[in-house]
Design a protein around this ligand. Structure first.
Ligand code: PHE
Length: 357
């Protein structure tokens, strides 16, 4: 039989060579386990004389303790090593420079869209939508613009090819068809705004073939012109962020409202820059009026019981005015330099509490 000191050397060498915890555990079992080399020797004590047993037993116990101690030391070491390895491999260097600032900006139209929704949302309006490709009924006829009405020419409409039945779809020339869709799909009281794209065959400094409008519609049993004036005044003060803005309500004509008003706000052009709420110049910003009985009827409602107002505003136009952007066409040219200059930071979400702009 191998001498005890050789056995000790062998086991301790195995302990030292164990590269991880499972290997170490295997060494433990092979030495101290039920059938381990040390345990086997313990069993042989029974055959010895009391004298021999005392000596050999003590020596075996010493060996057992040494091995147990060596295993425990090795175990702690292996655990520390494993932890260190993990720390090394999972390390993040927090001293690395942050990534460059995000390059993207929010387009002024998106920003203004969000601002307008915030303001009217606060006034109790919800947002309605309609298709960009409209039929003649929703874009014209239901809005009290019959087939031979001159307003059809004024709109510079983009027409699609004729269908077999002779009808032609159009790119909606205004957001007013959403009025009709809302009336047909819901019951008064109605209180909606409808922001969205509109299309007319027109292009210069202040016109683009695609532009954005925002429609407003309120219908119930009692709403009158005074309510319209208050809401629009409140909107302008809030949107242009000025305490006082003079409003001029000018009699006008739209087929779908009666009476109709165009609304101007006062501004100054000092130093070539437009300032809203100051000075004696006027800027037209929207069309409005009391919804025409024919329109209410086309929307499936009874004009003897239902009344209210509508308005339509150029979203791009009020964006230009608020943020001093001179040329409308630049809105849609996707020029990165322009976007960086006029765009808004992505997290600058407009709220009435936090500020609109
Ligand atoms: N639809 C009209 C336009 O595009 C604006 C408008 C809407 C006027 C609602 C009155 C009422 O010019």
């Amino acid at each position: 039989m191998m001498s005890l000191s050789t056995l000790a050397q062998e086991i301790l060498a195995e302990v030292a060579a164990a590269a991880d915890e499972p290997q170490l555990e295997a060494v433990r079992v092979s030495a101290l386990g039920k059938k381990g080399s040390i345990s086997e020797r313990m069993k042989s004590l029974g055959a010895m004389s009391p004298e021999e047993r005392k000596e050999a037993g003590a020596a075996l116990n010493v060996l057992k303790d040494r091995v147990a101690e060596a295993i425990s030391v090795r175990k702690t070491y292996l655990q520390e090593q494993a932890l260190e390895q993990r720390l090394a491999s999972e390390k993040i260097d927090v001293t690395l420079p942050v990534r460059p600032q995000a390059q993207g900006t929010v387009h002024p139209v998106s920003q203004v869209w969000e601002e307008v929704v915030q303001i009217f949302g606060d006034l109790g309006f919800s947002v309605a939508e309609g298709p960009h490709i409209e039929d003649d009924f929703h874009n014209f006829t239901a809005l009290n613009i019959p087939p031979e009405h001159p307003a059809r020419q004024e709109h510079d409409t983009f027409y699609f090819n004729e269908k077999p039945d002779g009808s032609r779809m159009v790119l909606r020339t205004h957001t007013s068809p959403v009025q009709i869709r809302t009336m047909l799909s819901s019951k008064p009281p109605i209180r909606i705004i409808a922001p969205g794209r509109t299309y007319r065959c027109d292009s210069d400094m202040t016109h683009t073939p695609m532009f954005n409008q925002i429609e407003g519609l309120v219908l119930d049993g009692t709403t009158h012109l005074g309510n319209l004036k208050w809401v629009l005044t409140e909107f302008c003060r809030s949107f242009f962020e000025v305490d006082d803005v003079k409003m001029r309500f000018r009699a006008s004509h739209f087929p779908f409202t009666e009476p109709s008003m165009e609304v101007d706000i006062n501004c100054s052009w000092e130093g070539g820059q437009v300032k809203i709420g100051q000075g004696n110049s006027w800027l037209e910003i929207l069309g409005s009026g009391m919804v025409h009985p024919n329109v209410i009827r086309a929307g499936g409602l009874d004009p003897d019981h239902v009344q209210g107002y509508a308005f339509g505003m150029g979203l791009d136009r009020i964006a230009m005015l608020k943020y001093g952007i001179p040329d409308l066409r630049a809105f849609f040219e996707a020029d990165l330099r322009w976007l960086r200059h006029y765009g808004f930071r992505a997290l600058q979400v407009p709220t009435l509490v936090g500020g609109l702009s």
